[in-house]
Design a protein around this ligand. Structure first.
Ligand SMILES: *Cc1c(COP(=O)(O)O)cnc(C)c1O
Length: 430
């Protein structure tokens, strides 16, 4: 077991993290820190949080042994942590419940949130409805176009969706606008950040709320692994996609002390890690300050944040949670890249092989898991965090496939003589 105690009391993970905020926000941040310090170990708060997770979200989420997929890859046993089965379809709800419960206790009647693909917006609007809070969700105008179903979902839940027209009109711009709103309305407003980013205490607090994922895995895995004939009681590797990094921190954190378990974060390599069109902040970024904390940032020599790209809006972010930056530097976690094309292939493969439609974000982790499994033995194991379901993405996938929503005869999976399964998948994707 490795001793691991992060962050320090000012929110530093090594040289990363901290709190870089304006004068106006210092008061709000201090108030939040005090509230979280008060409630994080409060038995009543914890009991209510656990009750919401059990009865509103449907936790614990199961772990599924993808036996067919494992056999076909011909290496390690692959397991999926089914965060896609949560209410609202992703891991995001775990965190929004914790933060909305704090908002209630702090007497804030209004919550705001930023959203990219719309999953965090939907999760925030959902818990706001559940707890009787007013909610406004900032969303880039570009993302509003790409994710119209989630926009309507938020409206149905009673939220106001505020279009953001600045910058690239995507997630980072929505975050900027939400921060601005918070500065102007600190008295009555709680800002629910959707990932392990932002000024201290957000990266720590979001990690803590999401750690329920990894804690459940620690309990669930020994039996699953024994049944599958694996040799150790915990997985040899734990994988998760990394946008801001909350689903990854949620599953990694309880495993940090388990030195025999590799922790692997999968970033979006977009059009290619050397193409300049990706969102691989750890692999291609440099230390800088973004959204209130120091971390790896995709920026040019002048410190201007550069344009990012990913097929999945949820990974399309130029920064990353500061704890990932730290885990990378100390070598406790590894970070790799998966391209749009590889993610899309894994998406189709999981649909057809296991009957699970994954989110495009999660498909990045699945793609790397497939590659890694082939280098390992059948008594070894890989646990992949399936962060969300792919219902929100079927329009994107259909557009990219230039296919109808309903598959044409050419993509019904018949064997084409002389072509590998992979070529056939590609044919279908293109
Ligand atoms: C938002 C989202 C992500 C990316 O966010 P993280 O903070 O990196 O977890 C990944 N998967 C799904 C399904 C999401 O909705």
């Amino acid at each position: 077991m490795i001793a691991y105690q992060q962050p320090d009391n000012r929110g530093h993970f090594g040289i990363y993290g901290g709190s870089f905020v304006s004068e106006t926000l210092t008061h709000a941040i201090n108030e939040l820190r005090a509230a979280y310090a008060k409630y994080q170990n409060d038995p009543q708060f914890i009991a209510e949080f656990e009750d919401e997770l059990a009865h509103f979200v449907g936790r614990p989420s199961p772990i599924y042994h993808a036996a067919r997929m494992s056999r076909e890859q011909g290496g390690a046993q692959i397991f999926l942590k089914r965060e896609d089965l949560n209410h609202t379809g992703a891991h995001k709800i775990n965190n929004t419940i914790g933060q909305a419960m704090l908002a209630k206790r702090m007497g804030k009647p209004r919550v705001i949130a930023e959203t990219g693909a719309g999953q965090h917006g939907v999760a925030s609007a959902t818990i706001a409805a559940r707890l009787g809070l007013q909610s406004d969700v900032y969303m880039g105008a570009e993302d509003i176009k790409r994710q119209s179903a989630n926009v309507y979902r938020m409206k149905l839940l009673g939220a106001t969706v505020v279009p953001v027209e600045s910058g690239s009109k995507t997630l980072k711009d929505a975050l900027n606008e939400a921060m601005r709103d918070w500065v102007a309305n600190v008295d009555n407003t709680f800002y629910i950040i959707g990932t392990v980013a932002g000024p201290h205490p957000y990266p720590m607090m979001v990690r803590d709320f999401q750690s329920v994922i990894g804690r459940e895995c620690l309990v669930q895995m020994p039996e699953m692994l024994a049944r599958a004939g694996c040799s150790s009681p915990q997985p040899d590797a734990v994988l998760a996609c990394v946008g801001g990094g909350s689903n990854a921190m949620g599953i990694f954190y309880p495993y940090i002390g388990h030195a025999n378990t590799r922790l692997i974060g999968v970033e979006a390599a977009g059009a290619g890690i050397d193409s300049g069109r990706h969102s691989a902040s750890i692999q291609r970024g440099t230390p800088g300050v973004l959204h209130g904390n120091r971390t790896y940032v995709l920026q040019n020599d002048d410190g201007q944040v550069t344009e990012t790209h990913s097929i999945s809006a949820g990974l399309d972010y130029p920064g990353v949670g500061p704890e990932h930056a730290y885990l990378n530097d100390i070598g406790r976690a590894e970070y790799v890249g998966i391209t749009d094309t590889q993610a899309l292939e894994a998406f189709h493969y999981l649909c057809r092989t296991e009957g699970i439609i994954p989110a495009l974000e999660s498909s990045h982790a699945v793609a790397y898991g497939m590659q890694l499994a082939r280098t390992m033995s059948p008594t070894q194991s890989i646990l992949i965090n399936l962060s969300g379901r792919g219902d929100k993405d079927i329009g994107t996938v259909a557009d990219l496939s230039q296919a109808d929503f309903f598959c044409r005869p050419s993509c019904q999976g018949q064997s084409v003589k002389g072509q590998s399964a992979q070529t056939q998948t590609l044919r279908m994707v293109k």
